[in-house]
Design a binder for this molecule. Structure first.
Ligand code: ADE
Length: 225
């Protein structure tokens, strides 16, 4: 799976993708993250990629041409998703991440300033995705979130120890049950006795009940979907 990331800050993306599970997945050839610097496609000698908005007002708008030329330099197929990270998009869900993990390639566009010239969105963007109802200074952190959420769903990216079993949102809309490790008592707080019982059936039942209890108390909205 290849993520092409059109950005003014390629190092932010590159750095993110070299660590931890993503870094390992890249070394194993499972995921490739390829930042493309939009500024390299500026046509004026100052490397200009933004300009004042028509109609006036504060802030700058990213010009359509450098983004279009960056996009055109990629030899992706016609049905490759072209995602603009934007607070105006649909909020990313586990279900959408799951669908995206089936793609061979994805193009991500990171905006800055007031956003992109609307015509580049009309011309090349197939979908706008937001990572939540708040505004970031640019699309790069959102692209990293999307890359992370999608990559970990690609077969082989997570090792056995990091498996998807039981994790929040994976099979149902339930949050995960609580986890404990050694020691058995920490600052007077004991590990629930059932987890030390060795009775797998009872442990499984307890985990299911805890998942439901937690979801009701922490994210009741998930049970209403
Ligand atoms: N760019 C700025 N804010 C964003 C958000 N919430 N999600 C995705 N991209 C963004």
């Amino acid at each position: 799976m290849t993520f092409h990331v059109l950005t003014l800050f390629p190092e932010m993306i590159r750095e993110f993708a070299t660590h931890s599970i993503l870094g390992r997945a890249a070394k194993a050839g499972l995921v490739e993250v390829k930042p493309l610097n939009i500024r390299d496609f500026a046509i004026n000698k100052h490397g200009q990629v933004d300009d004042a908005p028509y109609g006036g007002g504060a802030g700058m708008v990213m010009m359509a041409q450098p983004i279009f030329d960056a996009f055109s330099s990629l030899s992706t197929t016609q049905n490759t998703p072209v995602i603009y990270l934007s607070p105006q998009g649909h909020v990313l869900t586990q279900a959408r991440a799951q669908q995206l993990s089936q793609e061979k390639e994805i193009i991500l566009i990171c905006g800055h300033y007031e956003g992109l010239d609307e015509r580049i969105i009309e011309e090349i963007v197939t979908e706008e995705i937001s990572i939540g109802d708040y505004v970031l200074t640019g699309g790069e952190p959102a692209a990293c979130v999307l890359i992370d959420a999608v990559s970990r769903l690609i077969p082989g990216v997570l090792g056995k120890e990091e498996s998807h079993q039981n994790e929040s949102f994976s099979q149902s809309n339930l949050l995960e049950h609580p986890h404990y490790t050694r020691p058995p008592i920490f600052r007077g707080r004991e590990v629930p006795e059932i987890l030390l019982s060795g009775h797998h059936g009872n442990i499984e039942k307890w985990r299911q009940e805890e998942a439901i209890r937690r979801t009701k108390s922490k994210r009741p909205d998930l049970l209403k979907i």
